[in-house]
Design a protein around this ligand. Sequence first.
Ligand code: ADP
Length: 438
Amino acid sequence: MGSDFEYAAVALDHARQPRNLGPLDSCNGHARITGSCGDTMELWLQIRDDRVCRVGFITDGCGSSLACGSITTELATGRTVEEAYVIEQKDVLDALGGLPEESRHCAVLAAETLRAACEDFIKKGRPLPENEPTPPESCDICDTTSCSAKQRQQEESDKEFAERQQLERRMCRIRHKILVLSGKGGVGKSTVAANLAVSLAEAGKKVGLLDIDIHGPSIPRLLGLERQQIGTTEQGMLPVRMTQNLSVMSIGFMLGNRSTPVIWRGPRKYGAIRQFLKDVLWGSLDYLVVDSPPGTGDEPLSIAQLVGTGAQALIVTTPQDLAIADVRRCVSFCRSLSLPVLGIVENMSGYVCPQCGRKTDLFKAGGGKALADETGVPFLGVIPIEPDIVTSGDGGRPFAQEHTHTAAAAAFADLVSAILGGHNETTPLSKHERRTSV
Ligand code: ADP
């Protein structure tokens, strides 16, 4: 390593006394990667019952590579393969207390080598030889003995119990779940869901975006992911990683021909949504944003019932009376399911002429705020009509990132700040240039 001055004590310690240095005699996950800097890292995993019990590594790189490899082995040990798989550069850097700019690629190399070793295990699925050490207990998420995942329900078969445990364990690793709902279609619900997920990820949160609109999944198109394919493994489905912090899963990735309509009845939709929640390898997330179809039908009902604790509804509406009547129903729907409402957002609220600056309320204005007052639900702000939203969406690019100078992006940044503030989290969104606030 270069000058000691720049390094945190943890980084120095791991560089000078790297843990788990050296190959393992037997392993069931292995990878060797040469990074862009020319350094090579090789990593061995011993995995039993889906949990990493030992890790070994070697590198021909400098002290920073040693520190990154060493801390990565510690981060991975004891985790499930799914959790180890999503360890990334930021986790490595955070655990080391940071590294100088010129050494950060070593953290990428360590995280990528770990991910490749996990993939090797996932693809080949080899068991370990019998004499290898036993891993820790399988569910270590919490000590609560009364947790429903630990209690078999009456008349629940072994298979049903195991599946419910799997679902609840996965949901348990997600701190906040935001179900984006709307009373009717075309009000901008998917646009809000996609841009919310992107903005939360940009604010440093680990985010999953799940699109369960079986009849019209639009998230792949809005985010330019239409050609993406999801990976399937014995452990579950791998979501599409859009950025380091954002993973996306859409029913659209699985539907094949997009011009063929999906004709599914309620139980089949429930089954598909349950499988999505149970089988997608999200890992630990700060936020899962769910884009649900409009209305109060099978899909919103299924997701609200399945997603478990920490869920809140974000209701998107346009200001006119017709939309507001549907939102009233949406609020009642949430209340009947004891689903807390995070708030109402009024989208397409007024159009400001770029030539003369005059505002025209094409769909009226104030309906969302009035309904929020009437129902006692928080009002989270208004997003104006913005033609750039349409062009960004059609082009598969998130408008909140692409058009940061617009009033709509500023309104959106305020919405994200309000959500993070409500969850007592900080946001670096102040970098957005703002013309107006909501
Ligand atoms: P929903 O999910 O409610 O059906 P979408 O998010 O698909 O709605 O949006 C419908 C259309 O409206 C899309 O073409 C989108 O680009 C556009 N749109 C959404 N919000 C705005 C806005 N504030 N200004 C202009 N166009 C918008």
